[in-house]
Design a protein around this ligand. Structure first.
Ligand SMILES: *[C@@H]1O[C@H](CO)[C@@H](O)[C@H](O)[C@H]1NC(C)=O
Ligand SMILES: *[C@@H]1O[C@H](CO)[C@@H](O)[C@H](O)[C@H]1NC(C)=O
Ligand SMILES: *[C@@H]1O[C@H](CO)[C@@H](O)[C@H](O)[C@H]1NC(C)=O
Length: 250
């Protein structure tokens, strides 16, 4: 009897909890459509934890927030779970009523902007503020949070390798620091692997445009993420089936 109850209590700890993924099309199931795929779909094969990929195409830190998608994760998340947050592809542009509700207020602190979206006045926060608010919500619930920088668009697009991180990369790092949560530079790890793979291989990962990957590309992008997690010593590495990835740490 004792052994049985011991096992039933112990098994959930061994299996781990849930890894929630919050992001855009580059992470989402179905990617950007037309046979592309987001890297979040390649997390499950590397872990015994449950993966809940709640990334959705077209979203920014702002629209993911306004649509209640962080709140939906907060409603489910359990102490000890992980929440991985990765945005940036849809956060730029000009703040106008026709921005699909995506553009953030410029700046990195507690600045606010006002706009009208969908006929409603909206107070818009900065990119780091949305991420910090989400991170604070999850950490208050006992969850572990990892903020990840966005992926690069195809750096071989021009035929020459160009690695020029957009501002949301540094903003993601700033948000993680401010919120006191883990950070990985996913951009840098993807760029590094793409540099090694070369133009022909990487171009083939982008069947429809320079942003959305094929399933094969998404797998490489996922492995770049895991390598960043392992190299960064993020505790999430304990949930992975391996800590051995090719190449040097950055
Ligand atoms: C980890 O999982 C991946 C994906 O299923 C697999 O390719 C790899 O061989 C596994 N690694 C180990 C060390 O089990
Ligand atoms: C938005 O706010 C402005 C300024 O306070 C106000 O004049 C306007 O009626 C509001 N619009 C909506 C749709 O609530
Ligand atoms: C995606 O597929 C649809 C339907 O075949 C097509 O109309 C559209 O142009 C494609 N989009 C891209 C970016 O290839």
């Amino acid at each position: 009897m004792k052994a049985v109850s011991y096992i039933s209590l112990f098994v959930p700890a061994v299996l781990g909890g849930t890894i929630y993924l919050a992001g855009d099309s580059t992470m989402a199931i179905g990617g950007g459509g037309n046979g592309t795929m987001g890297w979040g779909q390649f997390v499950a094969p590397y872990t015994t934890w449950t993966v809940s990929n709640q990334a959705i195409a077209g979203r920014s830190a702002r629209s993911f927030t306004r649509e209640g998608r962080f709140t939906a994760i907060a409603d489910e998340v359990q102490s000890g779970d992980w929440v991985i947050i990765e945005f940036g592809h849809n956060d730029g542009g000009s703040l106008t009523p026709t921005d699909d509700g995506r553009t953030d207020c410029s700046g990195t602190g507690d600045e606010t902007c006002t706009t009208v979206y969908d006929g409603v006045n909206e107070t818009v926060l900065t990119f780091p503020a949305y991420l910090e608010n989400a991170a604070n919500t999850f950490t208050a619930l006992g969850a572990n949070v990892l903020i990840s920088s966005q992926t690069p668009d195809n750096p071989w697009e021009t035929g020459t390798f160009v690695d020029d991180p957009v501002r949301f990369v540094a903003y993601a790092e700033l948000a993680a620091e401010t919120a006191g949560v883990a950070y990985v530079d996913h951009w840098a790890y993807v760029a590094d692997i793409y540099d090694t793979l070369g133009a022909d291989v990487v171009d083939a990962f982008y069947p429809i445009d320079h942003t959305h990957t094929s399933p094969a590309g998404a797998l490489v992008v996922a492995e770049a993420f895991f390598k960043a997690v392992v190299c960064g010593g993020v505790a999430l590495k304990g949930a992975l089936n391996t800590t051995s990835f090719e190449g040097e740490c950055l």
